[in-house]
Design a protein around this ligand. Sequence first.
Ligand code: C5P
Length: 208
Amino acid sequence: PDALVIALDGPAASGKGTLAKKIAGQFGLPHLDTGLLYRAVGCGVLDHGGDPGNVAAAIEVAAKLDLAALDEARLRGATMGEAASRVAAIPEVRVVLLDLQRRFAAQPGGAVLDGRDIGTVICPDAKVKIFVTATPEVRAERRFKELAGRGEAVTFEDVLADIERRDARDSSRTTAPLVAAADAHLLDTTTLDIDAAFRAALDIIGRR
Ligand code: C5P
């Protein structure tokens, strides 16, 4: 009843992950970056020499997913986002990952989850829903700095193209597309740094 479930959704590199982490720290709640689940499925299929569009292979990897064994650093690499977005368009993969996410959200004190469909599908009854946006250029700039900072050989143009391709695929798929829940608060971080975005999010949470 008084469990504080906070749902953050939004397009790639909107800042939702960073915000989710800070909010979870502030309220002492567990945090799940659900994008990592799809990245892990995409990665698993690639590792077995498969194609992320292969439905049977993706379902098999999803069913065997082990949360504790995720290699975050590797999954955040540039090539994994594309594979994630492709397996994420497979309805059966989403069904397999649904339970795991719902169980995570059902922890006694609540939880913070970030992704694309948390407020719409995974946790429609979340206490607070925030839809985080920013212009594609600003998001690409952030992601470019993050990847370049980790030594990945990427260009700004490549990162922007990847983000726009993924947004288009995520928004147009028929199952759980990227869309703001009707009762979500919109948070545009285009001109906000992390601290300002965090304050704005706390403000939204405080008004619940
Ligand atoms: O957030 P992140 O960029 O790590 O997500 C990778 C991909 O996983 C997204 O492009 C999207 O296709 C998929 N995803 C999803 N639903 C979620 C989280 C991520 O479809 N809840």
